[in-house]
Ligand binder design. Structure first.
Ligand code: UDP
Length: 231
């Protein structure tokens, strides 16, 4: 399912998608996605239909290794998004931010433009809309090149697969809570923790309420080991 790419290779592949006059979408699954997709065939199909499937979590990298199909490493959604912003900045393109609570996308956009002054922020919209089609029409009217879709999984992936090609964007990326990070509402783990592959542990320390959700994650590794044994 995953594309075996380094961050640099993913950035090159993303730049090529952004240069092509056609809709593409990118997904950034973590272990929670894999568990959800096992029970949701539509979600699995949408993930497999993406132009790029990037291994966002260290759990995905471990599980691929256990299964005997190792990946070069992980490419986080945030890192890939950063690289696509640099690329868009280089060509002076249009960015649309869809998702998160009211006010967050605007703040994220303001901060992104401080670092990437050649980007045009052509629109923002919070992620708590009732009507999917209405949300689409607003995006399409803004004529974006690059679109961040941050509605949480699997909503954001299904939205991209269903409506993405009508937005007129060249590249949409499903990015979960990234707008909260870009807006400075959520802190990312210090680089030392990230390098050790312990970003999940940092997140757990900051948001202990995630413990219930995270407790399921080692299951992905156990299942991967089970599949390896069967080979
Ligand atoms: N979100 C949204 N609309 C929804 C549900 C969630 O815009 O209907 C946003 C939420 O505000 C957050 C992001 O989606 O900014 C990701 O949510 P969550 O932290 O649950 O997902 P994760 O990134 O952990 O997969």
């Amino acid at each position: 399912m995953f594309d075996d790419l380094t961050r640099e290779e993913a950035a090159q592949a993303g730049a090529a998608l952004l240069a092509e006059d056609k809709f593409h979408y990118v997904v950034t699954p973590n272990p929670e996605f894999i568990l959800a997709a096992e029970k949701d065939p539509e979600f699995l199909q949408v993930l497999n239909g993406a132009d790029l499937v990037l291994a966002d979590g260290i759990g995905v990298v471990y599980s691929a290794k256990i299964q005997g199909t190792p990946l070069k490493g992980r490419v986080t959604g945030i890192a890939f998004a950063e690289d696509m912003l640099s690329c868009l900045d280089g060509r002076g393109g249009r960015l649309y931010l869809l998702g998160a609570k009211p006010g967050v996308a605007e703040e994220a956009g303001r901060r992104i433009l401080e670092r990437h002054p050649n980007i045009t922020l052509c629109g923002t919209q919070d992620g708590y809309f009732r009507d999917e089609e209405e949300a689409l029409l607003k995006v399409a009217a803004a004529r974006p090149d690059l679109l961040f879709v941050c509605l949480g999984a699997p909503k954001q992936e299904k939205w991209m697969a269903r409506w993405g090609r009508h937005t007129g964007a060249r590249l949409a990326i499903g990015l979960g809570g990234a707008l909260d990070v870009f807006a400075g509402r959520v802190e990312r783990a210090p680089e030392s923790w990230q390098k050790l592959g312990l970003e999940w542990a940092y997140r757990l320390k900051k948001e202990p309420r995630r413990a219930g959700r995270m407790a399921k994650l080692p299951l992905v590794l156990v299942k991967a080991a089970g599949r390896r044994m069967k080979k």
